[in-house]
Design a protein around this ligand. Sequence first.
Ligand SMILES: Nc1ncnc2c1ncn2[C@@H]1O[C@H](COP(=O)(O)OP(=O)(O)OP(=O)(O)O)[C@@H](O)[C@H]1O
Ligand SMILES: [Mg+2]
Length: 172
Amino acid sequence: MQLAVALAAARLGAMKHPKAALSALILPLPTEADTTALGARLASLARAGDCFLLEGPIGAGKSHLARAFIRARLGRDEDVPSPTFTLVQVYGNRDGEIWHADLYRLTHPDEVWELGLDDAFQSAITLVEWPDRLGGHAPQDALHLRLEAVGDGRRAVITGGRSDLRKALGDG
Ligand SMILES: Nc1ncnc2c1ncn2[C@@H]1O[C@H](COP(=O)(O)OP(=O)(O)OP(=O)(O)O)[C@@H](O)[C@H]1O
Ligand SMILES: [Mg+2]
């Protein structure tokens, strides 16, 4: 009976997110240093136009991962404040811009236009905390990275994005 319920739930999930249900990559992150390492790894694989949707509850580690990503990509110990109030912080180097957004305080998805995020999705690397606030503005091909608590640590559940990027992450 329990198995039947689990199968039904899996099928329901597969119907809602067909790709996601088939290809979730799960990476254990027992310590904060593992989140830092994952941020740096993603930074080494990212290219202009890649969008990373950082999901998970308050305190999951989204900003920590974004900070590690930005520092690794820029190659310096940049000050990376959480964009809780500014909503967006933009960083740049020769390779192009990195947009770090925290949309927790977004009141309407159309504010995404005002922030210039629609254009940034095309040309920049974008890291978005609280991406559920995007409504229909989320890029179709974005990588979803959900941070979940596991004891005192975390795990990352990764779906979508470029398949070569997901494969590289899975290969370590
Ligand atoms: N793998 C991990 N194991 C244990 N602690 C972690 C791990 N990764 C990050 N943390 C810790 O989680 C805490 C919260 O991180 P952070 O501020 O990045 O969360 P957040 O998801 O951005 O929260 P908010 O939704 O409020 O913006 C930090 O103290 C960070 O060091
Ligand atoms: Mg945050």
